[in-house]
Design a protein around this ligand. Structure first.
Ligand code: ZN
Length: 293
C-alpha cells in the first residue's frame, strides 16, 4: 500500500520526536553523574571545613584571661557605726575618722600594685564587712567579733595569699606620742612569713613618709602577744580559738599607721597626697613579699 504524503509527514515527525527523546535521555545521564561528582566534591570541601573548625585556632593572648599570680586581701579597719579612733578639732568636734582614712588608703593600694597581684578589699564603702549582718559564732548577738569574723571569712573565701589590716593609732597622750607600729602573730604555721611581711610594711611606710618630708618615729614591729591584750592575739591574725569560727589561713600583718591623736600626724593622714604615698608603700611591701616570700 502506498503511503500518502500527510501520513508520511506524521510518521516522520513522530520518528524525529522519538529520536530527540532518545538523545535527551542519553544527555541526562552524564549530567546526573556531573551533579553527583559536584556533590561529592562539596562533601569533601565540607569535611575539610569541618576538620578545619575542629582544629584548635590560636587565640590572641590579649583575649585570654590570665589568672592573678597572687591575691592580697586589704582590710580597712572599722566602718559604719564603728569609727575606730578619731581626731578632734579645737572645739572637741571630731574632724578626722580612722574608718575613713584607712578606707581611702586601702582603695588606693590597687592603683599602685603590679597587675599580676589581685587586690581584694574587705570593704569598699563605709559599711561593716558583716553585711548583711550574721551571727557567725551563734552567741545570740551580732557584735564586733562577728564584724572581725566577716573579714576573716572574706579573706579565706577569696583565697588570699596575704592579708593586710589597716588601722590608725591613738593615744590619750595626744601630741606627745607619734609614729608607726606593725603587728603580726608569730603563733601561726606561717608566723615567720607574717613577721617578714610586717617588717616590709613598717620599712615601706617609713620610706613613704620620708618621701613626703616626714621622718616618722619607728616605734616597733612586734608579735601581737606583746600587746597589752590579756594575752590574746589580734583577732583577724590569730589562730582559730575562742570566739573564732575560722582563722585567716594566710600570712598577714596589721599596720597602725601614725597617731590620729597627734595633730601633725592627723594633718598628714588627712592629706590625699600622703594617703597616696602610703598606699604606694604598702603596694611595694606586698610586691617585695611576693617576690621573695
Ligand atoms: Zn583601728
Amino acid at each position: 500500500m502506498q503511503l500518502k504524503a500527510p501520513h508520511f509527514m506524521i510518521i516522520f515527525t513522530l520518528l524525529i520526536l522519538f529520536l530527540l527523546a532518545l538523545v535527551t535521555g542519553s544527555e541526562n545521564k552524564p549530567s546526573t553523574i556531573a551533579n553527583t561528582a559536584t556533590r561529592a566534591s562539596l562533601n569533601i570541601n565540607e569535611t575539610a571545613l569541618a576538620f578545619n573548625s575542629a582544629t584548635p585556632t590560636p587565640v590572641p593572648p590579649t583575649s585570654t584571661p590570665v589568672p592573678p599570680a597572687h591575691i592580697v586581701v586589704i582590710d580597712p579597719g572599722h566602718g559604719a557605726d564603728d569609727w575606730g579612733t578619731f581626731h578632734s578639732d579645737a572645739s572637741g568636734k571630731p574632724d578626722l575618722l580612722e574608718k575613713e582614712v584607712v578606707l581611702k588608703i586601702g582603695r588606693k593600694v590597687a592603683d599602685h600594685i603590679d597587675p599580676t597581684i589581685k587586690v581584694v578589699l574587705t570593704r569598699t564603702t563605709d559599711i561593716s564587712p558583716n553585711t548583711p549582718p550574721q551571727d557567725f559564732n551563734h552567741d545570740g548577738k551580732i557584735d564586733q567579733v562577728d564584724d572581725l569574723q566577716a573579714r576573716i571569712n572574706i579573706a579565706n573565701q577569696n583565697k588570699g595569699d596575704l592579708f593586710l589590716s589597716l588601722h590608725i593609732n591613738s593615744s590619750e597622750l595626744g601630741n606627745d606620742v607619734s609614729g608607726l607600729e606593725t603587728w603580726y602573730t608569730l603563733n601561726r604555721p606561717f608566723g615567720l612569713q607574717s613577721k617578714k611581711f610586717a617588717q616590709l610594711i613598717q620599712d615601706k611606710s617609713l620610706e613613704s613618709l620620708n618621701a613626703v618630708g616626714y621622718k616618722a618615729q619607728n616605734r616597733r614591729v612586734e608579735d601581737d602577744l606583746k600587746l597589752d591584750n590579756n594575752g590574746e592575739h589580734i583577732f583577724v591574725l590569730g589562730p582559730n580559738v575562742g570566739n573564732h569560727t575560722a582563722a585567716t589561713n594566710m600570712p598577714g600583718a596589721l599596720a597602725e599607721t601614725l597617731f590620729i591623736s597627734n595633730d601633725h600626724e592627723a594633718a598628714l593622714l588627712a592629706d590625699a597626697k600622703v594617703q597616696d604615698k602610703l598606699a604606694s608603700g604598702f603596694a611595694n611591701a606586698i610586691e617585695e613579699y611576693f617576690a621573695n616570700p
